[in-house]
Design a protein around this ligand. Sequence first.
Ligand code: C2E
Ligand code: MG
Ligand code: MG
Ligand code: MG
Length: 277
Amino acid sequence: CAKERGRNDMAYYEEGLAVAMRQRTSLEADLRHALERDEFEVFYQPRVCVHTRRVVGAEALLRWRSPERGLVMPDDFIPVCESSGLIMPIGLRVFEQVARQQAEWAARGLDLQISVNLSPRQFSHPGLLDGIRAALRVAAGRPARLEIEITESMLLARDERPREVLDAFEAMGMSIALDDFGTGYSNLAALQRYPIHTVKIDKTFIQGLDTDRPLADMIVSMCRLMRLTVVAEGVETCDQLDWIAGRAIDQYQGFLCARALPAAAFEARFIDEPLAA
Ligand code: C2E
Ligand code: MG
Ligand code: MG
Ligand code: MG
């Protein structure tokens, strides 16, 4: 009868919820161990100059090398790091690892600007700036060769906090990029109001239907007027690269050149031969 079915549905629902909660709790516990056991590894995806086709930088993209789960991608663990607060200590390790790697590569003649992603919880954390300063001190990092990647939603706070944080990054010598541009509020005024140096056009525009492209064209023109560096994300095909090369786009990232690679694989490919394609 219906009543019984309702009870059964409820039982299923509660069981499903309990399973999801157990999984989340065990993932969180595993992430804590992973931090203690140093299982987080930064991969690097080349940023290529559209005109010279040389590798001019890299984006730091985090991976979790778990002995039990294998190589885990950020979309599968960053959300739990965010909700648990673990993103703070993990994120600072990223800065430390990147600064060390950058110094090592610079000493061998590969001077790259490296960009590091911040998530909302990191961006609004009161200890962020001190944490980053400390991490860079430990690793003798060079802020002038670092770029911070934020997303538009982080600029929507009504208080002065986003400005204070961005001003502080700029004062340290870092540059600031708006990531996934075009997918959010695309508040062009924000580009003027905040110290932003780079705009990364989201891959949906690059890969998207031609109907998206007039909008992408408009964004590129605006960025050019504001003297921003424009980066195209998610370039996978030669056709997409041709389209980009015909526009005022400075750099691109994408599988066409390379996926994010472990540091050793990155340098094997790009230290001696920085030409991308
Ligand atoms: P994102 O910052 O927008 O990074 C770009 C994502 O697009 C990366 O996914 C990259 O591997 C992928 N990608 C690059 N080229 C192509 C392409 O040609 N085609 C396609 N389909 N994808 C491409 P990934 O590494 O899985 O990272 C996902 C997201 O996780 C990042 O998006 C970023 O928001 C976040 N993330 C990664 N590392 C960190 C980190 O250290 N800290 C924080 N807070 N977030 C991170
Ligand atoms: Mg990014
Ligand atoms: Mg992006
Ligand atoms: Mg993103």
